[in-house]
Write a protein that binds this ligand. Structure first.
Ligand SMILES: NC(=O)c1ccc[n+]([C@@H]2O[C@H](COP(=O)([O-])OP(=O)(O)OC[C@H]3O[C@@H](n4cnc5c(N)ncnc54)[C@H](OP(=O)(O)O)[C@@H]3O)[C@@H](O)[C@H]2O)c1
Length: 324
C-alpha cells in the first residue's frame, strides 16, 4: 500500500507519501481499497496536533472515506470482500488501503458514488444533529448559517431547507454567497463587506435569527449573539476562524437565549441510536434529492498538500475529495 504518513504532527509539510506493507485485518477489522477520501477541517487540526483526538504515531490522516472491502478479519459478518462501504474512522483514509474497525463502516447505497460516500456522513451528520437535535429547529423558523459555503456550512444550509426553515447564509465572498443561493439559501450576507448586524436586522424585521449555526467563531460570534432572536439557540460548532470567542453572559440572559454545544463525534459514540436515526433521515433526503454533497473539486491523492492549502486558505466551496 501507499499512504500519507504523519510521523511528527508539526503540520502538513511534514506528511510523507510512502510505501508500506499492506496490513492484514485482525479480529473485528476490515481491509479496504480506498476509492475516495474527503477533507474535513479536523484532518487539518490533527496533523498540527491541535485536535482533541491524538492518534499514536505514525498515523495516516483522513477521517472520512469510501471504498471496496478487500478482506475481513475473524468475527466480521456484516461485510464481505467486494462490498461498497463508507468509513468514519477518525484517520487512515489518505492512502490506497486502510484498516478499519467493522463498526466504523456503513454500507454504501448503490445510488451513492464513492465521492459522495466519502463526503457525506461527517458534515451532514454534524449538521442534522446540530440543527434538529441540539438546536430544536422547527419549520418556519429562521436559521443563520455562518461559514455557509464550507463543508459543514453547505450541509447545514441544505438540511435547514429540508426541515422547512428559512435560511440566511453568511460567507466571506460574493462567489460563496452565490453558491449558497444555488443550494437553497433564501438570503445571503457577505460578512467581508456588509455590516452583519444591520443586515440581520433588515432581513428579519428586527427580530433576529431563531437559530445560529456557527462553525467559524472568532470575532463574528459576539455581534451575532447580540442579534439573536428571543429564545434563540446559538450552536457552537467550531472555530475555523482560529479564535475561541468569549461571550458576556448577560447577553444570554437578555435574549432568553441558549448557547448550545455540539460535539458530533461524542454524540455518535454515546448515542448510537440517535446517530442511526439521523443517518436514516439523511439517507431518505439524499434519495429525494434534498441533500447532496457539493464537491468543489476531486484531486489526486498526491495533491494532498494543495488540498490542505486550499482549505486553510478559505478557497474551498463545499468539499474537496481525493482519489488514489
Ligand atoms: N462540533 C462538531 O462536532 C464538529 C464536527 C465537524 C466539524 N466541526 C468544525 O467545524 C468547522 C468547519 O469545518 P469544515 O470541515 O466545514 O471546514 P471548511 O469546509 O474549511 O469550512 C470552514 C469555513 O470557515 C470559514 N473560515 C473563516 N476563517 C477561516 C480560516 N482562518 N481558515 C479556514 N476557514 C475559515 C470559511 O468560510 P468563509 O471564508 O466564508 O468565512 C470556511 O468555508 C471546523 O472548526 C471543524 O473543526 C465541528
Amino acid at each position: 500500500m501507499q499512504a500519507w504518513f504523519c510521523d511528527n504532527p508539526i503540520g502538513v509539510d511534514a506528511l510523507q507519501w510512502r510505501e508500506a506493507p499492506t496490513p492484514q485485518p485482525q479480529a473485528g477489522q476490515v481491509l479496504l481499497a480506498v476509492k475516495a477520501a474527503s477533507l474535513n477541517f479536523p484532518d487539518l487540526l490533527i496533523v498540527e496536533n491541535k485536535y482533541q483526538f491524538k492518534p499514536p504515531l505514525p498515523f495516516v490522516p483522513g477521517s472520512e472515506f469510501a471504498g471496496v472491502v478487500e478482506a475481513v478479519g475473524e468475527g466480521v459478518t456484516a461485510f464481505k470482500p467486494g462490498d461498497r462501504v463508507a468509513a468514519l474512522a477518525g484517520n487512515g483514509g489518505f492512502g490506497s488501503h486502510a484498516i478499519v474497525p467493522a463498526d466504523k463502516l456503513f454500507p454504501l447505497p448503490d445510488a451513492m458514488s464513492y465521492e459522495h460516500g466519502a463526503a457525506f456522513a461527517f458534515t451532514y451528520g454534524t449538521s442534522i444533529h446540530a440543527l434538529l437535535d441540539r438546536g430544536r429547529l422547527k419549520a418556519g423558523e429562521t436559521v443563520l448559517v455562518l461559514g455557509a459555503a464550507g463543508g459543514v456550512g453547505t450541509a447545514a444550509v441544505q438540511i435547514a431547507k429540508a426541515a422547512g426553515a428559512r435560511v440566511i447564509a453568511a460567507a466571506s465572498s460574493d462567489e460563496k454567497c452565490a453558491l449558497c443561493k444555488e443550494i437553497g439559501a433564501d438570503e445571503t450576507i457577505n460578512y467581508s463587506s456588509a455590516n452583519l448586524r444591520e443586515a440581520l436586522k433588515a432581513l428579519t424585521g428586527g427580530k433576529g435569527p431563531d437559530v445560529v449555526y456557527d462553525p467559524v467563531g472568532g470575532d463574528l460570534a459576539e455581534p451575532v449573539f447580540r442579534s439573536i432572536a428571543w429564545r434563540g439557540r446559538y450552536l457552537v460548532i467550531g472555530f475555523a476562524g482560529g479564535g475561541i470567542p468569549a461571550l458576556p453572559w448577560n447577553l444570554a440572559l437578555l435574549k432568553g437565549a441558549d448557547l448550545v454545544g455540539v460535539f458530533w463525534g461524542d454524540f455518535v459514540r454515546r448515542e448510537p441510536a440517535g446517530f442511526q436515526r439521523d443517518m436514516r433521515q439523511l439517507g431518505q433526503w439524499y434519495a429525494e434529492g434534498k441533500v447532496k454533497p457539493l464537491v468543489h473539486q476531486t484531486l489526486p491523492m498526491s495533491d494532498l498538500h494543495k488540498a490542505y492549502a486550499m482549505m486553510s486558505g478559505r478557497q474551498v466551496i463545499g468539499k474537496l475529495v481525493l482519489t488514489p
